[in-house]
Design a protein around this ligand. Structure first.
Ligand SMILES: C[S@@+](CC[C@H](N)C(=O)[O-])C[C@H]1O[C@@H](n2cnc3c(N)ncnc32)[C@H](O)[C@@H]1O
Length: 201
């Protein structure tokens, strides 16, 4: 009941934005370090939330998509770009276009294995020839630790061990890079995260 209340509260855009603020830049930093963006870059941000990362992509052809209409309204009010409300597990929801960069930042731990596998296979079909999928997500550490407790408390119920992420990604894509990195407050890692760059299998 408490976790349901927390999940409902986080769906309010301003609450989510305030709680994300201390961490949002470090959550996406490994990806930003790799991207070479131009005004022609077609970028799809899947599970974009209330436009958490949209400010990094103002000089691109940006599309954000999220299932929460309140998040999308908040994003539209505050950012340039195209924002779409939709459940990306629905095969008909993704834009029927090609993208150079497809970003999934902290979406996949909200989806069960079969939904992740289907979504990735549809996203791969939308990659432009040199396009890449960039995934950042939450690792469930194997042994007892604060990071494991926090991952278990997350409103996304599908944080996975690193080898499970690797196996899911490898089903649909050619993995070029898979690294882990800690996230927390200075000197105290609170979560473990995975960053994966992949192309067409
Ligand atoms: C942890 S938030 C991450 C938001 C944003 N990417 C960020 O970095 O802050 C997960 C997001 O995925 C969205 N989401 C969850 N399931 C979804 C689905 N089936 N289709 C589209 N968006 C979904 C949620 O509404 C939420 O905005």
């Amino acid at each position: 009941m408490i976790s349901r209340f927390i999940a409902r509260t986080l769906e309010v855009p301003v609450v989510y934005r305030i709680l994300q603020a201390p961490f949002q830049e470090r959550k996406i930093a490994p990806c930003l370090a790799q991207l070479a963006l131009t005004p022609q870059t077609r970028l799809l941000d899947v599970g974009c939330g209330p436009g958490t990362n949209a400010h990094h992509f103002v000089n691109t052809r940006y599309t954000g998509i999220d299932v929460n209409p309140d998040y999308i309204q908040s994003a539209q009010r505050r950012h340039a770009g195209r924002f779409v409300t939709g459940d990306v597990t629905d095969p008909d929801v993704l834009p029927r276009e090609q993208f150079d960069v497809i970003l999934l930042n902290s979406l996949m731990h909200h989806l069960p294995d079969d939904a992740v596998a289907h979504l990735l296979s549809r996203l791969v079909q939308r990659l432009a020839p040199q396009g890449r999928i960039h995934i950042l997500d939450l690792i469930l550490p194997p042994g007892p630790s604060a990071a494991r407790v926090l991952a278990r408390m997350d409103r996304g119920r599908f944080a996975r061990p690193l080898d499970a992420w690797h196996a899911l990604f490898a089903q649909s894509m050619h993995i070029e890079q898979l690294v882990t990195f800690p996230l927390g407050v200075p000197g105290v890692p609170l979560w473990q995260r995975v960053y994966c760059v992949a192309g067409t299998a």
